[in-house]
Write a new protein. Structure first.
Length: 258
């Protein structure tokens, strides 16, 4: 099977056909889908969606850096309360975003460090958003006295130097999605050189649909074109990609069983 390690299937874009979309993913060979939270407004939708297919959909809980505002402490209290009421498989989507709102960096930094402490204490992986901020996130993790032991850099598009620094952090993985299929992504060399045992697949649905669906609503069934592109870039079989990335995803989330 394939595993989609990052998809927002509770988003309103799927309200009209959510169950049909989930079945399409199953029919495409996707056997697990991990759903990161965004903020306090999505907690209920996330929960309701995972209940639609509990053997397929697995929830993650966190506050997205783009949603870190002046009220972030209040939001984090509510999210921490949610963590105590249900079994979640990771802390995410968390991190730093210096593309949309660099002025909120200090707030984002505080929110990220608080949630990383949760992940450490609960022995859960972190799902890291690092748009225009890979070096910043690495530096924050390097300095943390209680760094989470596992994590994944979502939508990774960094350099090989950054890859080496991330590998030194511990059991951290690299999430690859639709962007690797884009003609002018510029990621071919990096993707070809990543340690395959640290690569996981993701869609980020409903965003970043791969070629040939670029510009349309993304969904978890489109994980297969991403896997095919990765196989092409690595010059190995699709079966190897399927097997290894599935093993990697299960290792990433292994605390809660396989």
């Amino acid at each position: 099977m394939f595993i989609d390690t990052h998809a927002h299937l509770y988003a309103s874009e799927f309200d009209a056909d959510r169950m049909e979309m989930i079945r399409r993913a199953e029919n495409a060979g996707v056997g697990r889908i991990y759903l990161p939270n965004v903020d306090v407004t999505t907690v209920d939708a996330l929960s309701a969606t995972t209940q639609m297919a509990p053997d397929l959909l697995f929830p993650l809980m966190g506050l997205h850096p783009r949603n870190v505002k002046q009220d972030y402490i209040s939001q984090l209290k509510n999210i921490e309360a949610a963590l105590s009421k249900k079994n979640y498989y990771g802390i995410g989507e968390i991190g730093i975003d210096l593309y949309w709102d660099p002025a909120s960096f200090l707030l984002q930094k505080n929110a990220f460090e608080i949630q990383c402490q949760w992940a450490h204490d609960l022995n859960l992986p972190v799902i890291i958003h690092s748009r225009e901020a890979v070096d910043v996130v690495i530096e924050l993790l390097e300095k943390m006295p209680h760094r989470p032991s596992k994590g994944v850099f979502h939508c990774f598009g960094g350099t090989l130097d950054q890859v080496a620094r991330i590998e030194a952090l511990g059991e951290y993985y690299f999430g690859l999605g639709g962007v690797i299929t884009f003609k002018n992504s510029g990621l071919g060399e990096m993707v070809s050189s990543l340690p395959l045992e640290k690569v996981v697949l993701e869609t980020d649905a409903p965003y970043l649909a791969p070629v040939p669906f670029r510009g349309k609503r993304n969904e978890s069934a489109y994980l297969v074109p991403i896997a095919k592109k990765l196989a092409e870039l690595r010059n190995i079989s699709l079966e190897i990609i399927e097997k290894q990335t599935t093993i990697n995803a299960l290792n990433l989330y292994s605390k809660n069983g396989i």
